[in-house]
Design a protein around this ligand. Structure first.
Ligand code: URA
Length: 434
């Protein structure tokens, strides 16, 4: 077999066999097939796509490139949640303890901020002392004790994806449905999950800008999940506007605590509860989504998820008391406000523009090796549909430094659109796919 023939087959739109995909991915992971050939193949996949069978075969080959976490000996069910990425999306921080409080185990392996999207690991690390580099043994022990653990991928988990994702990032081949599917599901299957709830985002702040593309991705994820033996459900949710009122690492931890105390903003609570409902169903705790949602609401009101979150902070090296003391005042001193330039309504807040500005503020990173600032971010005082008067504060902004603040402020002001009449609101949850 030769890599060049595989590239040409894909370029011609042919279906690659599992053996061809195994040859290519294993050869690449072993350093025997060079970046330039895999880049050419990824671009051919980008334009030609893959059949469902090919996507499943690619996912299996990638999964087998590394170790699969063994959670035997711990009582399940093991259900995880994954989002395709967005701005202000902190639902994982609420869902992991919520699921645990319902008797579900959540082995959560997450990623870092890259590009305009935030990362769960960066948010958690904004809690002083919190460690996201757990060993497999620590991961197992904390799941058994607290019902969930939140960590980064070890270097043995799907090494093929680490290489391939970095290559896709610099070759314009990230936004390919089969490649995203294989990347996400290989990692989720490797962390030990038996079932998976996916939050597939669409809109300006998501990979998939249009709902139709988001739906195709959701279907691909659900079908491929089934082919892997992972019971998978997906929601297609709006990411045209940031989720919740906070964008920033510590700010988002604070807003997650608000949700755990039942006082999170309506949009964030809605997405969290609908995802939690699906986790309850897949974990066998509720017969359908409506009953799952009712169970989530009851469980949150009982206070156990908040208790488990604080317990997990302690288990992963943080100090829960210190976290609560910092709440409301752990902010960078470099600060400003964005004010409404006119009377009217906020008709749109562009999530991509806010995400891009938050990289300037120090919330996210341009390159993998960049450091993020825990105390930078944006707090919205009004969102889509909100009535404002000229001079009203629309956002409070905190930056790691003056240069970042100066770069972000015009972008943030530009992210907000105004109208004379109250705008029609977009649907927050467009579809449920299972
Ligand atoms: N998240 C992933 O893990 N992989 C992708 O390809 C895209 C988003």
């Amino acid at each position: 077999m030769r890599a060049v023939d595989i590239i040409m087959n894909k370029r011609a739109g042919k279906e690659l066999s599992p053996e061809e995909l195994q040859f290519l991915i294993n050869g690449y992971t072993a350093g025997e097939i060079p970046d330039y050939q895999v880049s050419a193949w990824a671009m051919a996949v980008f334009f030609r796509g893959m059949t469902p069978g090919e996507t499943a075969a690619l996912t299996k080959v990638m999964l087998k490139s590394g170790t699969v976490i063994d959670l035997s000996g711990i009582e399940g069910p093991f259900v995880d949640k994954h989002s395709t990425g967005g701005v202000g999306d902190k639902t994982s921080l609420v869902l992991a303890p919520l699921a645990a409080a319902m008797g579900i185990r959540d082995p959560m392996m997450s990623g870092r901020a890259l590009g305009h999207t935030g990362g769960t690991l960066d948010k958690l690390e904004a809690i002083p002392g919190y460690r996201t580099n757990l060993s497999v043994e620590e991961f197992r022990r904390i799941i058994a004790a607290d019902g969930f653990a939140m960590t980064g991928q070890t270097k043995d988990i799907v090494p093929a994806d680490r290489l391939l994702y970095a290559l896709r990032d610099v070759t314009g081949t990230v936004e390919s449905i089969p490649l995203i599917t294989a990347s996400i599901l290989s990692k989720k299957a490797a962390e030990g999950a038996e079932a998976l709830v996916l939050d597939v985002k669409y809109g300006s702040g998501a990979f998939m800008k249009e709902a139709a593309e988001g739906e195709k991705l959701a279907l691909s994820l659900v079908d491929t999940g089934a082919a892997l033996g992972l019971n998978t459900a997906a929601l297609l949710t709006d990411m045209d506007e940031p989720l919740g009122n906070m964008v920033g690492n510590f700010l988002e931890v604070e807003e997650s605590l608000d949700c755990l105390e039942g006082k999170g903003p309506a949009d964030l609570m809605e997405v969290t509860l609908e995802l939690g409902a699906r986790m309850a169903v897949l974990g066998g705790k509720a017969p359908d989504a409506a009953a799952g949602r009712a169970l989530c609401e009851k469980t949150l009101a009982g206070g156990k998820p908040r208790e488990l979150f604080l317990q997990n902070v302690k288990s992963q090296g943080g100090d829960p008391q210190r976290l609560l003391e910092l709440r409301g005042n752990y902010r960078s001193p470099v600060t400003a406000r964005v004010k409404a330039p006119r009377n009217g309504y906020i008709s749109r807040i562009d999530a991509w523009k806010v995400g891009r500005a938050s990289v300037d503020l120090g919330v996210g990173r341009n390159r993998t090796e960049d450091k993020v600032c825990p105390t930078a971010g944006v707090q919205f005082h009004a969102k889509r549909g909100g009535a404002v008067k000229a001079g009203d504060p629309v956002m409070s902004v905190w930056a790691a430094d003056e240069k970042g603040l100066a770069a972000a402020l015009p972008r943030l002001a530009d992210a907000v659109e105004y109208s004379d009449a109250a705008p029609k609101l977009r649907k927050l949850i467009l579809k449920s796919i299972s």
